[in-house]
Ligand binder design. Structure first.
Ligand SMILES: Cc1ncc(COP(=O)(O)O)c(C=O)c1O
Length: 382
C-alpha cells in the first residue's frame, strides 16, 4: 500500500477534473481567439473556467489571468512590475520565508540594482508586523508576502498587512498557492492587488494557474505575442488545463469547510500519535495560525533525509523541506528563518494530508514511525 502525505508538493487529480478536461480535449478543438463557432466554443470554456476561479476567491472574472502555474504568476508580477517602472530601480518588501519562485526573481532584480527588504518571521513563523511597517519606504514599489508557507503551513496575517500596504498606497502581491482550496481566501475582504495560485496544489492539473491582477494595477506582460488574456499574456490558452483548474475551483468552493474539518482531524491524529509514541519531538511553526492539512515535525537528532527515504521504502511519501529542493540536503529556508539550527531543520519532516487520506493510513504510519525514527537517530550518532 502507498500512503501519499505530500499534498503540499502536489495533489492527485480529482476524477471530476479529469472528466471535464477529457471532454474538452475530445470535443473542443477550436482556438479561443478564432471568430468561428469552434473558436467561440473554446472561448466559452475558458471564460467559464475564469468565472469559477473568480467565484472561489471573490475576484472579478476580468482580473483572472491564466498562466502556466504559480512560478510564472510570481515571475510575472515581480519582473512585470519592475518593467512597468521603466528602468527606474526602486525598493520591494518581502518576507524572509518566501518560495524560490519569489526569491529567485527578486535576486535577479537585486542584480539590476533594486533594493529588497526581507522582513523576518518569529519562532512560530509569523511575520514581524512592526518590522514590516518600518520596512516600507518612500520608494517602495511593491510588497510581496506569502499567504501560507509551503513548508510549515503557517498562515500570515494577510488581511492586516495588505490593509497597511493599501493605506500607504503600495501595490500588494500575495503568493496564495498553498492557501487556495485549503483555507478561506476572499478578496472582497482582503485588499490585495495581485495574487498567485496554482491548480496542482488543490487537485487540478499541473502546469496551469493564474495571476489575479485587480483593476488596472500597473505591470508589463513578460510573455509578448498575441492579444490573449486581454493583452497581458501572449500565447494560445491551454484550454483543457484552464477548464481543469475551473473544475478544481468549483470543487474547492463546495467542499472547503468539510475539507478543512477532515484534514484537521487527520493532522491532529497524526500529531497526537507522534507525540505519544516518540520522544524528543517538536512541532515547527504556529499551531493555531496554520493550514489544517500541514504538520511539520522535528525529530530531534534524526537525519530527515534518511527518514524520508526509509518511509518511502515502506510506501509512505512525505517531504523534508520544499519539493523543489528534494535531492539536496539544504536545510529548509523557512525553518532557518524561524531560528531553527541547520541540524534541527535537517531533522524535520513535513506531513501534508489531503484527498484520499484516511485514519487507517495514518495509523499504519504511526505503527512504523517509532522504529524508523530510532534508526534515523542512530545513523546520525554512528
Ligand atoms: C508557495 C508556492 N509558491 C509557488 C509554487 C510554484 O508553483 P508551480 O508549481 O505552479 O509553479 C509552489 C509550489 O511548490 C509553492 O508552494
Amino acid at each position: 500500500m502507498r500512503v501519499y502525505l505530500d499534498h503540499n508538493a502536489t495533489t492527485p487529480l480529482r476524477e471530476e477534473v479529469l472528466d471535464s478536461m477529457t471532454r474538452v480535449l475530445r470535443d473542443v478543438h477550436g482556438n479561443p481567439s478564432s471568430g468561428h463557432e469552434e473558436g467561440r466554443s473554446a472561448r466559452a470554456a475558458v471564460d467559464r473556467a475564469r468565472a469559477s476561479v473568480a467565484s472561489l476567491i471573490g475576484a472579478d472574472a476580468d482580473d483572472v489571468l491564466f498562466t502556466a502555474g504559480a512560478t510564472e504568476a510570481n515571475n510575472t508580477v515581480l519582473l512585470g512590475m519592475a518593467c512597468a517602472h521603466a528602468g527606474a530601480v526602486r525598493h520591494i518588501v518581502t518576507s524572509a520565508a518566501e518560495h524560490p519562485s519569489i526569491e529567485a526573481p527578486l535576486e535577479r532584480l537585486e542584480g539590476e540594482g533594486w533594493r529588497v527588504t526581507r522582513v523576518g518571521v518569529d519562532s512560530e513563523g509569523l511575520l514581524d508586523e512592526e518590522q514590516f511597517e518600518r520596512a516600507i519606504e518612500s520608494d517602495t514599489a511593491l510588497v510581496s508576502i506569502l499567504w501560507a508557507n509551503n513548508e510549515t503551513g503557517v498562515l500570515q496575517p494577510i488581511e492586516r498587512i495588505a490593509a497597511l500596504a493599501r493605506a500607504k498606497g503600495i501595490p500588494f502581491h500575495t503568493d496564495a498557492t498553498q492557501a487556495i482550496g485549503k483555507a478561506p481566501v476572499d478578496l472582497r475582504e482582503v485588499p490585495v492587488d495581485f495574487l498567485s495560485l496554482s491548480a496542482h496544489k488543490f487537485n487540478g492539473p499541473k502546469g496551469v494557474g493564474c495571476l489575479i491582477v485587480r483593476g488596472d494595477t500597473a505591470f508589463e506582460p513578460i510573455l509578448h505575442g498575441g492579444p490573449q488574456e486581454r493583452g497581458r499574456r501572449g500565447g494560445t490558452e491551454n484550454v483543457a488545463a484552464c477548464v481543469g483548474l475551473g473544475t478544481a475551483c468549483e470543487l474547492a468552493e463546495r467542499e472547503l469547510p468539510g475539507r478543512m474539518r477532515g484534514s484537521a482531524e487527520l493532522r491532529d491524529r497524526l500529531w497526537e500519535g507522534i507525540e505519544s509514541k516518540i520522544p524528543d519531538v517538536r512541532r515547527n511553526g504556529s499551531t493555531d495560525r496554520v493550514l489544517s492539512n500541514t504538520l511539520n515535525v522535528e525529530f530531534e537528532g534524526a537525519a530527515g533525509e534518511l527518514l524520508l527515504q526509509a518511509l518511502d521504502v515502506e510506501g509512505i511519501a512525505v517531504s523534508s523541506g520544499a519539493a523543489c529542493h528534494s535531492g539536496s540536503v539544504e536545510p529548509s529556508k523557512a525553518l532557518i528563518a524561524m531560528g531553527c539550527s541547520p541540524e534541527s531543520a535537517r531533522g524535520s519532516i513535513r506531513f501534508s494530508v489531503g484527498y484520499g487520506n484516511d485514519a487507517a493510513q495514518l495509523d499504519h504510519l504511526l505503527r512504523l514511525l517509532p522504529d524508523l525514527v530510532e534508526r534515523a537517530r542512530q545513523a546520525v550518532g554512528a
